[in-house]
Design a binder for this molecule. Sequence first.
Ligand SMILES: CC(=O)N[C@H]1[C@@H](OP(=O)(O)OP(=O)(O)OC[C@H]2O[C@@H](n3ccc(=O)[nH]c3=O)[C@H](O)[C@@H]2O)O[C@H](CO)[C@@H](O)[C@@H]1O[C@H](C)C(=O)N[C@@H](C)C(=O)N[C@H](CCC(=O)O)C(=O)O
Ligand SMILES: Nc1ncnc2c1ncn2[C@@H]1O[C@H](COP(=O)(O)OP(=O)(O)OP(=O)(O)O)[C@@H](O)[C@H]1O
Ligand SMILES: N[C@H](CCC[C@H](N)C(=O)O)C(=O)O
Ligand SMILES: [Mg+2]
Length: 486
Amino acid sequence: MELQKLIQVLDAPVVTGNPQAEITGIQSDSRRIEPGFLFVAVRGTAVDGHTYIAGALEKGAVAVVCEEIPQGLNDKCIFVVVKDSAEALGKLLSAWYGNPSDKLVLVGVTGTNGKTTIATLLYQMFRKLGHKAGLISTVCNYVDGEAIPTEHTTPDPITLHALIARMVEAGCEYAFMEVSSHSIDQKRISGLSFNGGIFTNLTRDHLDYHKTVENYLKAKKKFFDDLPATAFALTNLDDKSGMVMLQNTAAKKLTYSLRTLADFKGKILESHFDGTELLINNREVSVHFVGRFNAYNLLAVYGAAITLGKTPEEVLVVLSTLHSVSGRFETIRSPKGYTAIVDYAHTPDALTNVLNGIHEVLDGNGRVITVVGCGGNRDKGKRPMMAREAVRLSDQVILTSDNPRFEEPDAIIQDMVAGLTSADMEKTLCITDREQAIKAAVKLAQKGDVILIAGKGHEDYQEVKGVKHHFDDREIVRNLFANQQA
Ligand SMILES: CC(=O)N[C@H]1[C@@H](OP(=O)(O)OP(=O)(O)OC[C@H]2O[C@@H](n3ccc(=O)[nH]c3=O)[C@H](O)[C@@H]2O)O[C@H](CO)[C@@H](O)[C@@H]1O[C@H](C)C(=O)N[C@@H](C)C(=O)N[C@H](CCC(=O)O)C(=O)O
Ligand SMILES: Nc1ncnc2c1ncn2[C@@H]1O[C@H](COP(=O)(O)OP(=O)(O)OP(=O)(O)O)[C@@H](O)[C@H]1O
Ligand SMILES: N[C@H](CCC[C@H](N)C(=O)O)C(=O)O
Ligand SMILES: [Mg+2]
């Protein structure tokens, strides 16, 4: 594609050299430049892409988009100077692929917890309703039926635009995606045109990155601020940040709630371990999901589907057939009559919600044994809070390792222990080896009890010092249960 044509999408770019050059690809990583490419120099969190411009030119880049031309390189190639390279990158990629996000209905889901669940259920629902659809999520990306493994909740812009282009090529009419706060802050979603945005909730997470809750909130809000008037913005009225998200949006404002009057109003009629009876806008539905937090997720799914033009009847029929998302409240029954639940709760709020969900069903019958750890190189402030919540809502707690990354597992456990009193410690064990911790929980459990294994959900690895070792909570539980007799 001709550079001249490509850069038409940018706001007031200043160009040096002749922009009639042909571009063979766009790349923001100098290591991946091929001859004829356009290099976009982005200021990152670790390094500044501007320092790699010379390297990109050596590898054959013919043009560079940047915020500042490095000294001495002025005449070495065509420079396109912009105010914000990260924003420019997304716009250029969208133009490169022929604006694929304009060719399907794109809905983004943001918030601290519930993104994967809502995006995945919407994807499953629209496929069940006979449409081709795509999914971009923490667990896995999908181009209709084709699974594409992922490392991120919201991929980098190059992967993201290529993925949406593939969805369009495959005939997808809808795409549902998780929009993480990191991706909003880093403008990974620039150049995408959204038809709708959904807000779940905002509680503590990622303060290692955003530093303050206020910055974290601002990042989430920016997603709604940037939605066009043609889109819808569906928010959780029961979350204290719910309405804040919609303050400055041009999109059509819609709400869901379990407490007050809203566009999509729900009520829990009855809950048990196999599911919940719900009332949604005065219609009864039986679902295979447990916990109040999942009632919120289902309300959001219902609200989005109705807003996208589906009828209440067809949406409720499909809703009643959907099952829990991989690693989210996944129940495994022991022949001995107790239940293990593997869940991705990795924030204090998620842990509280999952444990409350378990208590709603147990209703005082049976004990709760919780196995939980916290990830390394992530928000340290949540560690003592998670330990406290686990102890407050469990009969027995085993603190263990999650993904230690580059930290010492025992030091992370000590950060968790710091949140506990000596009375709390009486019902707490620390077993660093996660497999041994799960084994200990299984030994302690008796008929009617619940073992909650929290933090890793669908993850099939444990990340230690940059290496991912195979590790799957569910596999360990299933193997232990397979050797049991009733
Ligand atoms: C802290 C963080 O979010 N970092 C993300 C960020 O990288 P960065 O800003 O650190 O990039 P950088 O290393 O500083 O490099 C800056 C620029 O120089 C370029 N470069 C760099 C080196 C070189 O030799 N040549 C070169 O051109 C890079 O390609 C980049 O364009 O942008 C990259 C591309 O988009 C991401 O892959 C990377 O994710 C890192 C690996 C990460 O772990 N991120 C996590 C925290 C994350 O994003 N998580 C969220 C939410 C999780 C959840 O709650 O679900 C997610 O969306 O996954
Ligand atoms: N609506 C909700 N409110 C509070 N907690 C929830 C909600 N939905 C799910 N959870 C809890 O949070 C965990 C993660 O859920 P999910 O994967 O759907 O969230 P997410 O927002 O995608 O998380 P991530 O930021 O890691 O991508 C679940 O395992 C459950 O414990
Ligand atoms: N995707 C999130 C959740 C991580 C879950 C937990 N298992 C951990 O490793 O901290 C993150 O990267 O912060
Ligand atoms: Mg997710």
